[in-house]
Design a binder for this molecule. Structure first.
Ligand code: PLP
Length: 384
């Protein structure tokens, strides 16, 4: 069978050494402390689960693309409380099956594969789906290489790149670095995109995952030409349910709804019922944040003691830091795996070399396990 060549071209980082060592630790029956994958282990709040269970219908029918109005109203309520925004649930909000599918499908909205101007700008290191969605839509990814504070500054990009771009993904709070883009930088980013007719999309799936100051939304700056993507995955512990939304520019939201008639990815109604409850409640998100802050304290105290440099890490599930002198990110990750601690070498998140020399730790295991992992981590440094 002749397959789409993109399928074989898309690179996943060869994690051979790390995967092999992980298997060895598991085979030896030793405990694994998985700070690798960003899939939190705290339970989904009981009232959300109950709403989903109670919604199972006797007769199953297709969900609508735009989802129930009650859900869009619940989302509008959340955006009002959280960011002080006033959004029209009829025109400016559209439920999605998590943020990933929205990210993957959004380039289809603006990319003409035959046009010269078909760049999609995405942060690097970054979530790989920005570039993948661009490629499958026939666009061309442009990797915006981040460094130092890991904030995107598109006004520093070459004019030719901006001229040929149709879409720009930004991601604040940022995976993998946890960097938060300040409001002034969001404003400047939006102005650059307005001047070049680029659809600006902020992936805000970590907007409610922070330990200190709440990160701003792009929509606080402007709605025209701007979309945000939100998700219940990390906010409400619902990665398995696939529930999120896009919001912002009414024309873009309408066009995306029209496009989605073809896709069959509208969230299921039972999930929508749970999502309506989840977006209406902030208390459970605050409780999850308190647990996250406690976990972060365990590791930031450890890093300080060990002299490891923390970089960015203002929000999100992640701590982003430099390995000790003499070890690169992958070598250090392998050392930590000796005692069963799994972290992600920064190079795994980059197409350029921007992630090299950094390590990401995801605050995923329960607090007690984080404390155990920190003790073992300290031991590793005694033998370095
Ligand atoms: C930056 C970023 N965007 C999107 C996603 C996908 O999230 P969702 O579960 O909402 O599809 C992730 C998942 O880890 C992520 O890190």
């Amino acid at each position: 069978m002749r397959l789409n060549p993109l399928l074989s071209q898309l690179r996943t980082y060869p994690q051979v050494a790390l995967d092999q060592k992980k298997r060895e630790v598991q085979r030896a029956g030793r405990a694994l402390y998985d700070l690798g994958t960003g899939d939190p282990l705290e339970p989904t709040p009981p009232d959300i689960r109950a709403a989903i269970r109670d919604a199972v219908p006797e007769i199953s029918q297709y969900p609508t693309v735009r989802g129930p109005l009650a859900l869009r109203q619940s989302i509008a309520g959340y955006m009002g409380r959280r960011f002080g925004l006033s959004l029209d649930p009829e025109r400016e909000i559209l439920p999605t099956s998590g943020s990933k599918e929205a990210i993957f499908h959004l380039p289809l909205l603006v990319i003409d594969p035959r046009a010269e101007d078909r760049l999609v700008i995405a942060p690097d290191p970054g979530y790989p789906v920005y570039a993948r969605g661009a490629l499958f839509a026939g666009g061309e990814p442009y990797y915006d290489r981040l460094s130092d504070d890991f904030v995107q500054r598109p006004w520093e990009l070459p004019t030719d790149v901006l001229r040929r771009a149709r879409m720009m993904f930004i991601n604040t709070p940022h995976n993998p670095s946890g960097a938060v883009t300040p409001r002034e930088a969001l404003q400047r980013t939006w102005e650059v995109c307005r001047d070049h007719d680029i659809l600006l999309v902020n992936d805000e799936c970590y907007a409610d995952v922070y330990a200190d100051a709440p990160p701003p939304s792009l929509l606080e700056v402007a709605k025209t030409g701007a979309l945000v993507i939100h998700s219940l995955s990390k906010r409400s512990g619902m990665t398995g349910y696939r529930s999120g939304f896009i919001a912002g520019d009414a024309d873009a939201v309408r066009a995306f709804a029209e496009l989605r008639v073809n896709l069959g990815v509208a969230p299921q109604d039972i999930v929508n019922e749970g999502a309506t409850v989840a977006w209406a409640d902030d208390a459970h998100a605050a409780e999850r944040r308190a647990v996250l802050a406690e976990k972060k304290r365990v590791f930031t105290a450890l890093f300080e003691e060990l002299g490891l440099t923390l970089v960015a890490s203002q929000a999100s599930l992640y701590l982003w830091f430099k390995p000790p002198p003499g070890l690169d990110d992958e070598q250090y990750a392998l050392k930590l795996l000796d005692v069963g601690i799994v972290v992600s070498p920064g190079r795994y998140f980059g197409v350029t070399d921007a992630g090299n020399g950094y390590v990401r730790a995801a605050m995923v295991p329960p607090l007690a396990q984080c404390r155990e992992a920190a003790a073992l981590w300290r031991d590793v440094h005694r033998t370095l």
